[in-house]
Design a protein. Structure first.
Ligand code: HEC
Length: 160
């Protein structure tokens, strides 16, 4: 009985979160590519954001970015700039926009858009006209974007 009640409570909490989310194709970007409003209305968890940033198959941000606070994790790449001080030089809204779709801030960026489901050139289209149909899942969920942004906001130190 107790277990059933817990399951019902969890289900209710999950659907509340889902309802409050902004869908990838409903995100509104500002003039500089920033996103002013939280995608979920739920504060990001910086510890969860750290895990996403260092996990292949999630953010895998350290494949391209050096971060001194994450130097214990292997495979740092330097395709992108160091993220040291990112929480100092960008606002939370700027960082949310960069992580969701970096091309709105840096038009020719090779950084993947982590919260985007349409507007891709789908492999197959040009050749067969048989590319996958329907919506793709974004690389990160709305809450994962918020978690990563919360972690980036902690990176307010510069090292030399
Ligand atoms: C494929 C490589 C690649 C990956 C993966 C990547 N980025 Fe980037 N990122 C870049 C590049 C390159 C830039 C520089 C902007 C540009 O393209 O002109 C950049 C820029 C940024 C910036 C602004 C840099 C500054 O000046 O402070 C932030 C913040 C950022 N990335 C965060 C992230 C986060 C967080 C992730 C993981 C969720 C991530 N990036 C994954 C390549 C990458």
């Amino acid at each position: 009985m107790k277990r059933t009640l817990t399951a019902i409570a969890l289900g209710a909490a999950a659907s509340t979160v889902a309802m409050a989310q902004t869908a990838p194709n409903a995100v509104s970007f500002g003039e500089y590519g920033q996103i002013e409003e939280s995608l979920t209305g739920v504060a990001g968890d910086p510890a969860a954001g750290l895990e996403i940033m260092v996990t292949r198959g999630k953010g895998n941000c350290i494949a391209c970015h050096q971060v001194t606070a994450l130097e214990d994790y292997p495979f740092h790449g330097e395709v992108g700039p160091s993220l040291d001080g990112a929480g100092d030089r960008w606002t939370e809204a700027d960082l949310r926009g960069i992580v969701a779709n970096a091309k709105m801030t840096f038009p020719d960026s090779i950084m993947p858009a982590f919260y985007k489901v349409e507007g891709f050139v789908r492999a197959g289209d040009a050749y067969t006209g048989k590319a996958a149909e329907g919506a793709l899942d974004p690389l990160l969920t709305a809450q994962e974007i918020e978690d990563v942004v919360a972690y980036l906001m902690t990176l307010d130190q510069y090292y030399d």
